[in-house]
Design a protein around this ligand. Structure first.
Ligand SMILES: [Zn+2]
Length: 317
């Protein structure tokens, strides 16, 4: 199996199958995919803003001119996978799991724009600008999915079969993966972060571990992750190792009576300390704590951003 280089742009990963990669895969720098069949194509995810999505659709034009886009799958609700939706042709069916479609209504482009622009608590503002400052949100109008499903969805794209499997809640409330069996390729969305720290907004952690098993059991040789370079199942195993490590470290501190934020700073990341965006441990520990103590008041998104800002300032500066 040959894997494309990790360079910005469109790469063929199978017959009529393409990955659109955006190194370095950190905050907001997501990957997307294109499945083309006889006279039609399916886009897997749009990008974080209109400029980036336009650039991607232009790069895909040599393929989509002959095999036009008639369907789009959003793998989950995070903006870096759906905030370019308004740029696909009006007639495009937009698919997402029902849970993802619901979650898309929660955090709007206008809210993220405000978070980057406003002067809030210094750690929040520093973090928001670090993570989201490279993108433009004030002109984004989110186009929501036209077709939702639960569990499984079988699509036919110009005669090719694409199996979409709901594996969330895991990274978010409604994660899905798309498998193209005739090519041995799967687009995993943010079930896989490669060479970067996974971030668990939703959990439970057991469900994300199981999602990685689903990915491995597809038998696909080529996996296009939501962030990072194209990989094989070793990419899914690495996500599992990280999640198990943080789960065990967090659980130990929970049982010792430590608070979630203190625990996040106390966790020894060990071999995972050098992964990009290590501050995500703050969110991961908070999500694991919510699972261990469902009655406790969970931290707000702004508190989590403040925690990650402080982590970067104290640990990663
Ligand atoms: Zn993402």
């Amino acid at each position: 199996v040959t894997r494309p280089p990790y360079s910005r742009g469109l790469h063929e990963v199978g017959d009529g199958l393409f990955a659109y990669l955006q190194p370095d895969g950190g905050w907001g720098w997501s990957n997307a995919g294109l499945v083309s069949g006889d006279g039609a194509s399916l886009l897997v995810d749009t990008l974080f803003d209109l400029r980036l999505t336009r650039e991607m659709l232009d790069a895909m034009r040599p393929i989509t001119d002959a095999r036009p886009l008639d369907a789009l799958l959003n793998t989950h609700a995070n903006g870096d996978h759906c905030w370019g939706n308004e740029l696909v042709p009006d007639t495009t069916r937009i698919y997402a799991s029902a849970a993802a479609a619901e979650e898309m209504r929660e955090l709007t482009p206008a809210m993220l724009h405000m978070l980057v622009q406003a002067d809030l608590e210094p750690d929040v503002t520093a973090f928001a600008r670090h993570a989201f400052g490279a993108f433009r949100f004030d002109d984004v109008e989110l186009r929501l999915p036209t077709d939702t499903f639960t569990d499984r969805l079988s699509l036919t794209v110009g005669g090719r079969s694409v199996e979409v499997i709901e594996v969330g809640p895991a990274h978010t409330a409604g994660d899905t993966i798309a498998h193209v069996p005739d090519a041995g390729v799967a687009f995993t969305g943010d079930v896989l972060f490669v060479e970067g720290t996974p971030i668990m907004w939703a959990g439970p952690v057991s469900r994300w571990l199981a999602a990685c098993d689903v990915v491995c059991d597809l038998g696909a040789e080529t996996l296009v992750p939501g962030h990072g370079p194209v990989c094989g199942i070793e990419g899914a195993r690495a996500v599992q190792s990280y999640l198990r490590h943080v789960r065990d470290e967090a659980t130990e501190r929970f049982e010792g009576g430590m608070g979630a934020l203190e625990a996040a700073f106390d966790v020894d990341l060990g071999e995972f300390a050098d992964l990009r965006d290590a501050e995500r441990v703050v969110v991961n520990v908070a999500t694991i704590y919510r699972e261990l103590d469902p009655g406790a008041e969970p931290p707000s998104p702004v508190e989590l951003f403040a925690g990650m800002g402080r982590y970067r300032r104290e640990r990663l500066a």
